[in-house]
Design a protein around this ligand. Structure first.
Ligand code: 5GP
Length: 213
């Protein structure tokens, strides 16, 4: 049964890269493209990485009830569109949401069965290096994001799993292993009751045939 996979981490923690690698490797997942008012970065594409909206357009859609959740991050608005989630789930795939901790809380309330993963950087040094290395943030924004990371790390206990992103390939395979396990969770197997009913009846038949011999 398709579900929502929420990935959170401090900025620079690696969740977006992990999400991209998972989506490339698996066809049972679809990306929920968020909407945001922040400026597009070099290399990003409108409609693929985000739906880049003006503040007016974002708030208009907010009022129209188009968001499942939304949050403010670094003075900009970010939100998950209902239409994105509906489209991914309707295609029979699970939806990957790359969202912050405030958004994750709102999703948990609306979708109690969602699976929440927190991606941890191995150290503060690596986190700062990664954020600096991508050269996408002005020094002030960078400082703000690092300060915010300390607060975000305080709520890891609200998540189902914590993944240490020391080595990208290892972290991706750990997320894949969690997905494999989750797909086998009894409550996520829609056709399981039907299969068990049939199996029980067949086993009972086999038992009575043996008893007649
Ligand atoms: P960035 O500007 O680096 O792309 O994202 C900043 C933060 O906003 C990240 O923690 C990212 O996960 C989060 N974010 C991205 N999209 C959404 C969204 O739709 N909702 C919420 N709540 N957070 C989002």
């Amino acid at each position: 049964m398709p579900f929502l996979l929420v990935l959170s981490s401090p900025s620079g923690g690696g969740k977006t890269t992990i999400a991209k690698m998972l989506l490339q490797a698996r066809d049972d997942l679809g990306y929920s493209v968020s909407a945001t008012t922040r400026r597009i970065r070099p290399g990003e594409q409108d409609g693929r990485d985000y739906h880049f909206l003006s503040r007016n357009e974002f708030t208009r859609r907010q009022r129209a009830g188009e968001f499942l959740e939304w949050a403010t991050y670094g003075g900009e608005l970010y939100g998950t569109l209902r239409s994105e989630i509906d489209a991914v789930l309707a295609s029979g795939r699970s939806a990957v949401l790359d969202i912050d901790v405030q958004g994750a809380r709102q999703i948990r309330t609306t979708f109690p069965n969602s699976l929440h993963l927190f991606v941890l950087p191995p150290s503060a040094k690596v986190l700062v290096q990664r954020l600096r290395g991508r050269k996408t943030e002005a020094p002030e924004v960078l400082r703000e994001r690092i300060a915010r990371a300390a607060d975000e790390l305080a709520v890891v206990a609200e998540y189902d799993f914590a993944i240490l992103n020391e080595e990208l390939a290892v972290a991706v395979s750990q997320v894949a292993a969690i997905l494999e396990a989750e797909a086998r969770r009894v409550s996520r197997q829609e056709t399981l009751p039907e299969f068990i009913d049939q199996l029980r009846s067949d086993v009972a038949d086999a038992a009575s045939r043996l008893a007649r011999r």
